[in-house]
Design a protein around this ligand. Structure first.
Ligand code: IPM
Ligand code: MG
Length: 355
């Protein structure tokens, strides 16, 4: 029997509701299976940990995660701690510390979900956004001087490296190649940003030569938002910089019905380190502690995790259970216009798994 070691980091806000719910669902999935089991280890890092210790996670925290098969992450964010501290102190520390350079964000309109996007059938919308996850606008390069004085200056430098762009392009072309349509859109802004984004385009073209069977095109990021709304079926796999993909993926999630559904994986494709899976919705303090959180984004992230650790059949089983549950409007949480609570949705998914 293979035992998979899963680190759970609920973090802040509704992360503390959806990650325990995910654990329950994964336990239900493993129940009675003789091939595999899960061993969960939970870490109490986040805003409360910061209030006690002055840091979001211990200095040697990465060492505690290193030997894990995967990490399940809830969210980081606290109304009383500046966002850049919660982000850089926990989530980015893990993403960058473990060089999880590919952030993968699938979008589909799940059964039963009323999505605002009416220019395609649910079946025609099947996107994966590949987000560069290690540099670019999130490189952390920049600074401030003369704070509070009229001559104050501040910079955030977007830093792109040839190696960084090459590896994310290769990842995206390979992913596009593995999907039925073999279609990739390279998102850019090389009309206005005339250095790094021009290199980005050049490297896309170079890497494309390695994948002659992949059809690819280039789209400016602003035009891409319009194309997602007006001609959604012309898109399949997309690759974009850290910030561009951050913005496009929220749009994608909203177009598919709710931010509460969207999953993501922070992947180290070389598997030197554990990869990390999380819902993209964030900490949602307005609804925390009320049992209103939609756990579907977190469950779908578990599907991505199962695929990553090689449990493809189990991933399919869980995705089918999720889709059977979203198909029933009585099991929709508030973000989807329903009244169901986190626990009811969790219980319903577990019940589907028992069938
Ligand atoms: C995301 C989130 C984060 C990001 C926030 C929480 C800083 O919006 O994962 O998309 O911008 O990377
Ligand atoms: Mg975002």
């Amino acid at each position: 029997m293979k035992q998979f070691k899963i680190a759970c980091i609920p973090g802040d806000g509704i992360g503390q509701e959806v990650i325990p719910a995910s654990q329950v669902v994964l336990e239900a999935l493993a129940l009675g299976q003789s091939q595999f089991s899960f061993e969960f280890t939970s870490f109490d890092w986040g805003g409360d940990y910061y209030r006690q210790h002055g840091i979001m996670m211990p200095a040697d925290g990465l060492d505690a995660l290193r030997s894990m098969d995967a990490i399940l992450f809830g969210s980081a964010g606290d109304p009383n701690i500046p966002d850049h501290i919660t982000l850089w102190g926990l989530r980015l520390k893990i993403c960058q510390g473990f060089d999880q350079y590919a952030n993968v964000r699938p979008t589909r309109i799940l059964p039963g979900i009323d999505a605002p996007l009416k220019r395609c059938t649910p079946a025609q919308l099947n996107w994966v956004i590949v987000r560069e996850n290690s540099e670019g606008e999130y490189a952390g390069v920049g600074g401030r001087a003369h704070q509070g004085h009229p001559i104050e200056v501040a910079t955030d430098v977007s830093m792109m490296t040839r190696v960084g762009v090459q590896r994310i392009m290769r990842y995206a072309f390979k992913l596009a190649q593995s999907r039925p349509r073999k279609l990739l859109t390279v998102v850019t802004k090389s009309n206005a940003q005339r250095h790094a984004m021009v290199m980005w385009d050049e490297i896309a073209k170079e890497v494309s030569a390695e994948f002659p069977d992949v059809h690819w095109d280039k789209e400016l990021v602003d035009a891409c938002t319009a194309r997602m709304v007006n001609r959604p079926a012309t898109l399949d796999t997309l690759v974009a910089t850290n910030l561009h993909a951050d913005i496009l993926s929220d749009l994608a999630a909203a177009l598919a019905g709710s931010l509460g559904i969207a999953p993501t994986g922070n992947i180290d494709p070389e598997r030197r380190y554990p990869s990390m899976f999380e819902p993209i919705h964030g900490s949602a303090f307005d609804i925390m502690g009320k049992g209103l959180a939609n756990p579907i984004g977190s469950f779908w992230s578990c599907v991505m995790m199962l695929e990553h650790i090689g449990l493809d059949q189990q991933a399919q089983r869980l995705m089918q259970a999720i889709e059977a549950v979203t198909a029933n409007p009585k099991l929709h949480t508030r973000d989807l216009g329903g009244e169901a609570h986190t626990q009811q949705v969790t219980e319903a998914v577990c019940q589907m798994l028992r069938h």
